[in-house]
Design a protein around this ligand. Structure first.
Ligand code: BJW
Length: 271
């Protein structure tokens, strides 16, 4: 392991152009559950049962509850040393692109600048009718009233606790300000196309990099899963950091097993 880290660090130190692909694993040490890990279930649902257009059409309230819960977790989360290591890396390199599948915004919060969000953003609501995108940072998605204005009884935190449902009125309020249609999370669900300009920009970033660093992604969800192979087939050096091996590990130049919050600071600490 020591040797692999030394070898990977030397490759990264010598490269002037780096593209990084991150997945849920990089945020795990910030307390945000991954999708397919042991903690990947929300209530009894898997992400594949919630992150689809069909699920949203069938039960928008359920899907919004999932996002509302995740917004609460992310709002409390702080970036971890893995996130900060990537800021150091960006500051050191002439060309640096950070492609992330994560919608949590932690890379932006940490200070990375050249970021491509492949799967959207948790803090944006998109109108299901007119497509207008609105920034919304409310957690939870409603107001808090400490005391009842009507009867003066004690109020409670106006949050949705485990086992509680978000009132339907809240979902009703997620309306487009432009055309009044229902809003949806501005993210890419299964079966939906990632916008072509985003794919183009990722391919450009892979084309111009010397080294691609792939961090904390299971390598199961396409098209992100194939990006490392694209880099490999076009002659780039690919380094993976993950707790466990992934379906593509054997194709990469170096696969380092460990926590990104511990490994990335060792790889990205400069010459
Ligand atoms: C650590 C760690 C620590 C933990 N340190 N590591 C080709 C073949 C087969 C299927 C398809 C295909 N092309 C398209 C598909 C269908 C589908 C797909 O890939 N399905 C698979 C399940 C098979 N793909 C799509 O539908 C995509 N659209 C598309 O391709 O359009 C064209 C098309 C349309 C229709 C038909 C055909 C083509 C869109 C995919 C959108 C994915 N959306 C989600 C939700 C986004 C919004 C949200 O967050 O709510 O994106 S699903 C979810 O998975 C989320 C993630 O970004 C994504 C990837 O997950 P990730 O990040 O890899 O997380 P995990 O949990 O899987 O892994 C965590 C990893 O971290 C693990 O490896 C751990 O070991 C590791 N780890 N702690 C380091 N501390």
């Amino acid at each position: 392991m020591e040797d692999k880290i030394k070898e990977a660090k030397a490759i990264i130190d010598n490269a002037s152009s780096i593209t990084v692909l991150t997945g849920a694993g990089i945020s795990a040490e910030s307390g945000i559950p991954t999708f397919r890990g042991e903690d990947g279930l929300w209530r009894k649902f898997r992400s594949e049962e919630l992150a689809t257009q069909e699920a949203f059409q069938r039960d928008p309230k359920l899907v919004w509850e999932w996002y509302d819960w995740r917004r609460g977790l992310v709002k409390e989360a702080m970036p971890n040393p893995g996130h900060y290591a990537l800021v150091n890396l960006e500051n050191e390199k002439t060309n640096f692109t950070l492609v992330t599948q994560n919608i949590d915004g932690l890379h932006q919060l940490t200070g990375n600048r050249n970021i491509i969000e492949m799967h959207g953003n948790l803090w944006q609501i998109r109108c299901t009718s007119c497509g207008v995108v609105e920034e919304n940072h409310d957690v939870p998605l409603k107001e808090i009233h400490p005391k009842c204005k009507n009867c003066d009884a004690l109020g409670r935190p106006n949050v949705v606790w485990f086992g509680e449902m978000i009132p339907m009125s809240i979902i009703d309020n997620i309306k487009c300000k432009n055309c009044d249609a229902l809003g949806r999370p501005n993210v890419v669900w299964f079966g939906e196309m990632i916008p072509m300009p985003i794919i183009d920009n990722i391919l450009i970033a892979i084309d111009k990099c010397q080294v691609m660093l792939i961090v904390g992604t299971s390598g199961i969800v396409e098209p992100a899963a194939s990006m490392g192979l694209v880099a490999k087939h076009t002659g780039k050096t690919v380094i993976e950091v993950n707790l466990e091996t992934t379906p593509n590990s054997s194709h990469y130049d170096i696969s380092i097993l460990g926590k990104s919050g511990e490994i990335l600071p060792m790889l990205c600490s400069g010459v």
